[in-house]
Design a protein around this ligand. Sequence first.
Ligand code: TYD
Ligand code: MG
Length: 497
Amino acid sequence: MTGQNVTLAELEKLALADRGQSPMPRSTVTFVCRECGGDSIRWSGRCPHCQAWNTLEEFQVAPGRRELRRPGPASSRPIPIAEVEVEAAPRLVLEWQELNRVLGGGIVPGSLVLLGGEPGVGKSTLLMHLAAQASDGGRRVLYVSGEESAQQVAMRARRLGIASPHLLMLAETDVEAVVTAIERDRPALAIVDSIQTVYDPALEAAAGTVSQVREAAGRLMRLAKETAVPVFLVGHVTKEGAIAGPRVLEHVVDAVLYLEGERSHEFRILRAAKNRFGSTEEIGVFTMGDAGLEEVRDPSAALLADLRSLPGTVVLATMEGTRPLLVELQGLVSPTPFGLPRRSANGVDPNRLHMIVAVLEKRAAVPLAGADVFVNVAGGVRVGEPAADLGLAMAIAGSLRDRSLPPGTVVVGEVGLGGEVRRVGRLDRRLQEAARRGFTRAIVPQGVAACPDGMEVSEVRDLVEALELGFPRSEGPSPRSPRPGKGGTPTDGPAAS
Ligand code: TYD
Ligand code: MG
């Protein structure tokens, strides 16, 4: 506006803008993507950040409120990094090691943690256990429920055998009332179940919309930082991610945990998708039963409880964070009745399955073009590691040939496109775990540093060698003799200890 035709009103506007004021309240509407949480000034059919279609939702910033601002340090003078105080207050350590592990060693004061998961997976149940453990030793814990009435929450608590006098209950959905209660009571921990049900009455948007969810989370973030009260939020995700929830809040909160598991299975796995105070590698394993959740300190034992030596069944030694985990994988190959062959993966990445099928065909002459291939990881567990490749291939080949691996065999190895078996990290840790669980044979990539006592370890270079070893064609000697462990004797499957 440097032209000659500047009107008086425009001049006034410019002067106001110079002083950082605006003549009219600034527009408080932006658009936020339901999928990635990215902001846009204008609405468009496609999110400019994540390219998803039809995911932008109108977002209102509450009048007079700054959005999602974290309290800054008292002075803004830079100080040497060595002088920055880290973690002044101790973490709140819970009874269950499985919870502490995922949290990075306990609950950090003033942290905002989001627990996501599909409806019915057990989020409220898990947080009720967590609340009870946090209240041990007389600490006050506030459980705010917007989903269920106080009676319903109390009924669940009774069923879980929880009757801590320090566990306080509040059925509330107004975020300001929640904030007031936390400020007044200063509990050692506050839980808000769920973030989709709390709302700010100053906003016109309905509860559960992006505007409300982000505003309420931002308000609770400021509260957590100001009062040092750690706050846990529950956020539902649907399969389509249709409601405003965890995805939108991932950048706002300090940690995002996901509770996974099939409702029909007893296992529940807690993973950290983001954690400002710990590793995102760790998982916690639980089982859901009549009396709620229980932690599983020895997941390998639990996951192999129903193991039987069947064609197509393979035990893998995978790593979950720093923990080795033995899981049972099953493959089933059957002739395709008509049309295109089906490939169905439960618990493994479908792309990995397609790749392994292709490599088996091309490099190991395993005919699968006219066959349906199904694979399933027992217990509703998900294996995301390439180290599962060799096991996947052996399960498929085993089912096709109707042969089972020698009892007590564990399989580890990544498979390359050339059919070569590649090294994997922490092979020795995996073998130790397998030996601990009573496994006596292992088919692994080359590079074993130490064979555990009582285990025959066979190093293979490629898929063909692995298949020969696992399913020998004749009764003759196997093509590569195994590296003997100390006093290894093949027994009838892993000990059931
Ligand atoms: P819930 O914690 O309410 O799930 P979310 O909060 O994630 O929606 O748990 C719901 C499921 O858990 C429900 O299907 C019943 C089951 N459940 C048990 O099997 N045992 C129990 O002791 C409890 C409390 C729940
Ligand atoms: Mg719930």
